[in-house]
Design a protein around this ligand. Sequence first.
Ligand code: MEV
Length: 337
Amino acid sequence: MTTCSAPGKVYLFGEHAVVYGEPAVPCAVERRARVTAEPRSDDRVQVDARDLSLDGFTVTWGGSVDDRPDVDAPPGLVEAAMRYVDEAVAQTRDAVGDPDQGFDITVESDIPLGAGLGSSAAVVVAAIKAATSAVGVDLPPEAVADRAFRAEYEAQDGQASRADTFCSAVGGAVRVEGDDTRRLSAPSLPFVIGYDGGAGDTGELVAGVRDLRERHGFAADTVAAIGDLTRTGESLLAEADAEGLDDDHLDALGELMDVDHGLLSALGVSARSLDEMVWTAREAGATGAKLTGAGGGGCVVALDPTDATETALSLAPACEHAFRAELATEGVRIESE
Ligand code: MEV
């Protein structure tokens, strides 16, 4: 039996645009998904999912999402969780060279589902590492990232970038542009996260941006503008890392986050609750704030070294939960075996 954990992430810059080959800079944060895998003697897969923001559930199936189990849990949640775990198991079987290997899998996570903090990527990354390790195959983080990307790509019908899975597998701040993935040297930023208690449908939101971009040149220009902004943000981050993070860097990074949020809103992926939390953060003194991840609901990320933004968000009607998130310098790791 092997237990592995992998962190969630926030996007400093570049979500959605990264799907079209623009760069993105996600940063792993210390909220983790933990997956335990135990090899079975048959070819079945049993999944016990706990603490996924909603009631836990247990399902057993023969390794295919076609065998839909009858469980007392929201059908969308069960289906989504099963698809991700199913694809993670498919990648694991391929990696270990045994198409019939069964597993008992337990998933625990303190990353809210579908909220822009990379919950599915963290679960897939931790699941692949735990299941391969449990049968004695040691995959390095980059190989886990690649297999996790393929799993997420399948689970999301071909609509996924490498950003979430690479960031969760290797940890820290990363840069992703198409297939080019690398770790960035970056200072630890004072992230504050506001969570509206809801979730967005990543597939639908990505499809909406794709449609807008195909129909309107200005939407394509907006996607390209997010890419330009991300390149500027990357240089700033490198400067802050070299010189030591100061207030000027925080102001400049925050300004870019504000613009990024405006561009994402123009692409139709914000929501009233996200806009309200962004404005609450800015008015409380955050140097910048934006939605993170696919949008539609879920989380915003703000920069504020003081307690003011966290306090203001925790009192805001749109915000269910506000918390500070540290950069997770370590990606996927074995917790016990
Ligand atoms: C979702 O967390 C981030 C998106 O850019 C999609 C992706 O990169 O796969 C919206």
